[in-house]
Design a protein around this ligand. Structure first.
Ligand code: GMT
Length: 384
């Protein structure tokens, strides 16, 4: 198959998943064309069968807001026509599903039937998509897709509810991880992020309000009163400065380390003892899965997509959004008991490998492509 993939190329789970999917598909013999405004951050070197097409946006002085979505649609159309793509797979609905719909209809107008698959990732539905300036076009574009997938059942249900979209058939295909890359043993002893005897509590995100950074700091403040620990923060974003101010106000600045952004976090996760993700909402929580694959128990918010990733009481603990005291108590109970931590750590790894390994999930997309194209399924699994 020849597949065009469009995603956000910068740091973020949707871009990471889209890129790993493209690489996985290429390894399975497909030709993959990434189409975006920059090279996806996980596409670091040349790989056979993988191509990147940059969207050029004209900066004409009349444009206070250069129309990226149109330029993207034009590039998708052009690449699909020239490279004879079978299918366009866009990740994150806004504006990719809309650009994909335009490109597909332009192609159809020219006599080529290319299919459009849209994967919903999270705030494209729950936050940005709910903004009145985007709601109707998002609903229209997802309805126009030939096939929709969501990264969790939680997100599928939110899409049905928030877009009053009963006609939308959505396949749930969870995010995935490569257990060979996210492997504690592989990086053992490589980094020491804390002093001897200190536990490493880690958080990785884009530091937006939805991550509830104040809750994170409060949970850690309670942990470090009971246990010698260090909070390692990875990533950057609008709430980072607030995090620093909160650390100072809570008197824990000396126990908090900001490492900034990294392309790959596998070797850092391997040094963590606990991962905290107290988000307001989380469609899936890819980073929680990466933590679990690395043998790191997770404490986070229930009533979100994390319910499908973390097995409560087995691979970590989940509590309702904002339950700072309960999250802290759970974190302390795992960190303080070596035998319990070891059980959680191996259960976390086992869950990631058994349910979310790339080898299991990538063929589900492949099977879905065959379904939408009406071609013989060579994925080796029953259709998603
Ligand atoms: O929706 C976002 O906030 C951005 C997006 C991203 O690009 O990182 O995150 C979403 O997609 C990830 C990959 O599928 C999920 O793991 C995240 O849970 C999801 N974020 C939210 O729902 C807040």
């Amino acid at each position: 198959m020849k597949i065009g993939i469009t995603c956000y190329p910068t740091y973020g789970g949707s871009g990471a998943v889209a890129t790993e999917l493209g690489l996985g598909l290429a390894r399975r013999g497909h030709e993959v064309h990434f189409i975006s405004y920059a090279q996806p951050f996980r596409l670091t070197h040349f790989i056979d069968g993988v191509y990147f097409h940059e969207v050029e946006v004209n900066q004409y002085p009349l444009f206070e807001y250069p129309p990226y979505s149109l330029a993207l649609a034009v590039t998708m159309h052009e690449v699909a026509r020239r490279e004879e793509l079978d299918l366009l797979h866009v990740h994150y609905a806004i504006p990719h599903a809309t650009a994909g719909w335009i490109a597909r209809d332009m192609l159809r107008d020219g006599g080529r039937d290319v299919k459009l698959v849209t994967t919903l990732h999270g705030t494209d539905i729950t936050l940005v998509g709910q903004d009145p300036s985007y709601w109707s076009i998002t609903r229209f574009s997802i309805e126009k897709s030939d096939r929709l997938t969501a990264v969790s059942g939680w997100l599928r249900d939110r899409t049905h509810r928030d877009f009053e979209c009963d006609r939308c058939a959505i396949d749930v295909i969870p995010n995935f991880v490569d257990p060979k890359i996210y492997d504690r043993e592989r990086y053992r002893g490589l980094h020491r992020l804390a002093r001897a005897g200190e536990k490493v509590v880690m958080h990785i995100s884009n530091f937006r309000a939805v991550k509830r950074i104040p809750d994170l700091m409060e949970v850690f403040a309670q942990i470090q009163r009971e246990i010698s620990a260090r909070l390692v923060l990875i990533g950057d974003g609008p709430e980072r400065q607030r995090a620093e101010e909160l650390a100072a106000r809570l008197g824990i600045s000396e126990r908090v380390v900001f490492l900034g952004k990294f392309d790959s976090v596998a070797e850092l996760l391997a040094s963590a003892d606990l991962f905290l993700l107290p988000s307001e909402q989380e469609a899936f929580g890819l980073v929680a899965l990466e933590a679990q694959a690395s043998g790191v128990p997770v404490v986070g918010s229930s009533g979100t997509g994390l319910d499908e990733v973390v097995e409560d009481g087995v691979t970590g603990y989940l509590h309702p959004v904002g339950s700072v005291d309960a999250m802290a108590r759970s974190a302390i109970s795992v960190l303080a008991d070596g035998a319990r931590w070891a059980e959680f750590s191996s259960a976390a790894r086992k869950r990631a490998v058994e349910h979310f390994a790339a080898d299991r999930i990538v063929p589900r997309y492949e099977s879905l492509y065959h379904k939408v194209l009406g071609t013989a399924d060579t994925s080796g699994i029953s259709a998603a």
